[in-house]
Design a protein around this ligand. Structure first.
Ligand code: HEC
Length: 73
């Protein structure tokens, strides 16, 4: 599938990868916290630590943040 740019400069590839990463990693230790359950500000604080917990690299963390931003209000 062709990768298209989104409004915020991210790509649909990142959005898709972020969703997959979220499904694979973010319910290993606890039930998945829905993106809309936290504010963007709170995600900004929580995501780096949880990315470290999940052992994902910075590019994957970026993709995850694209997915979370797309799924929050
Ligand atoms: C290695 C285990 C582990 C993994 C993997 C993990 N978490 Fe967590 N998570 C925790 C623990 C333990 C807590 C509760 C203690 C804390 O806040 O650090 C927590 C808490 C949270 C919270 C609540 C924080 C708050 O202050 O309200 C959120 C949101 C969260 N995780 C999201 C995620 C996301 C998104 C991912 C995927 C990147 C993820 N977690 C992966 C262990 C993990």
């Amino acid at each position: 599938m062709e990768s298209r740019a989104l409004r915020n400069g991210a790509t649909t590839d990142e959005l898709h990868r972020g969703h997959t990463l979220y499904l694979v990693h973010c319910q290993r230790c606890h039930e998945a916290v829905l993106p809309a359950d936290l504010s963007r500000e709170d995600w900004h604080l929580v995501l780096p630590g949880m990315s470290w917990n999940a052992g994902i690299d910075p590019a994957e963390e970026k993709a995850l943040s694209v997915f979370i931003a797309a799924a929050t209000r």
